[in-house]
Design a protein around this ligand. Structure first.
Ligand code: MRU
Length: 349
């Protein structure tokens, strides 16, 4: 089967697979401006923490190309500040967005003595580097995490922390992919992930393409499958990991961690070190995005509820104590996380 591209830099354009349409249609959106990329992040054409970071970097590269080669360094810097602020306002929770913007701005600061034309080229190269690094990072996460996956086991995952949420390999699904490719006889249970069904629409699509056995459950079935001994481990991704190990991930992750603890099932978080926010001391400091109520009250444009008030937090916080191990490209981190994660600092804009 043809591999899909989550996001691609092509001829001064950014191509993004429209994840809102999957798995029914495979459509790519072409962005020519940073505003278009920002809109794709905001409305979930592209989603998942590392993929959002890559999109932010490519959006900044597009923004830089708007500046004429004869402009001054100061003018470029001023313009890029505006671009950064615009992209930073798209989604608040995934720290990779701010990490990527920070990395692009650091590069600009280091290039004060260079010609604007050269800086623009360097920014494009840096955005592509961020994407390529993510692919390698996720493969290493997969390699490190696959050791934790036992042969003949069933892994429950939530949301989509796969190739679609990254440059192509995935974090939680990277661990599952690597274990499967090593010949382990495993299968996956994917929770559908209301309200917008990243598990049902994206995770099942990705796993099926790769021939990894997967069964779909509704979110409310997780307790049942765990109580019946059907699940051996839980592996999820992360949008932001605080320095004490508290982890923000898709809404519904926290209750899964409690269920796993209750049933004595190991609960793993797989994420790149760019998702660790060393400046955030605990989960209480993480901003939780509140999304449009229509994601809850409507399905496929049709109302499914009475016209009542809605709560729609996109993420919740899993306390560090519920996390058996954090799987990163730099290795496995265990409790106490305040000690093991001590060295990670966020690069902000
Ligand atoms: O709202 P989303 O779809 O962007 O949320 C995505 C998640 O919560 C993922 O689990 C997380 O970003 C990790 S992706 C490798």
């Amino acid at each position: 089967m043809e591999p899909f591209r989550t996001i691609e830099w092509k001829n001064k354009r950014v191509l993004i697979i429209d994840q809102r349409k999957l798995p029914v249609e495979e459509i790519y959106i072409e962005c020519a401006t940073f505003e278009q990329v920002a809109e794709c992040i905001r409305n979930l054409v592209i989603r998942g923490a590392p993929a959002i970071g890559i999109a932010a970097a490519m959006g900044m590269a597009l923004g830089a190309l708007e500046i004429g080669n004869n402009c001054s360094y100061e003018k470029l810097k001023e313009h890029m500040k505006k671009v950064s602020q615009h992209i930073a306002l798209t989604r608040p929770t995934a720290v990779n967005l701010f990490w990527a913007i920070g990395r692009m701005n650091d590069l600009i600061s280091e290039c004060r003595e260079k010609r604007v034309e050269e800086i623009k080229n360097l920014l494009v190269t840096e955005a592509i580097n961020i994407q390529e690094e993510d692919l390698r990072t996720c493969m290493q996460i997969g390699e490190n995490g696959s050791e934790l996956i036992e042969d003949s086991s069933v892994i429950l995952t939530h949301c989509n922390a796969g190739g679609l949420a990254t440059a192509g390999y995935g974090t939680a699904l990277g661990v599952i992919r690597s274990a499967f490719r090593k010949g382990k006889n495993i299968s996956v249970i994917s929770s559908e992930t209301r309200p917008i069904l990243q598990g049902a629409r994206l995770t099942t699509w990705e796993l099926e393409r790769e021939g990894i056995p997967v069964r779909l459950i509704t979110d409310s079935m997780a307790g049942y499958v765990m109580s019946r001994g059907i699940v051996n481990s839980v592996v999820v991704g992360a949008d932001r990991v605080a320095s004490n190990g508290d982890t923000a991930n898709k809404i519904g992750t926290y209750p899964l961690s409690i269920l796993a603890k209750h049933h004595g099932i190991p609960f793993y978080v797989a994420a790149p070190t760019s998702t660790i926010d060393g400046e955030c001391l605990s989960g209480e400091e993480i901003t939780i995005e509140q999304r449009n109520p229509e994601e809850v009250t409507h399905m496929n444009g049709k109302r499914i509820s009475a016209a009542v008030e809605v709560l729609n937090p996109a993420f919740d916080i899993t306390p560090a104590e519920n996390i058996e191990c954090l799987i990163t490209e730099a290795g496995l981190f265990r409790k106490p996380y305040s000690e093991s994660l001590g060295k990670f600092k966020r690069k902000d804009q």
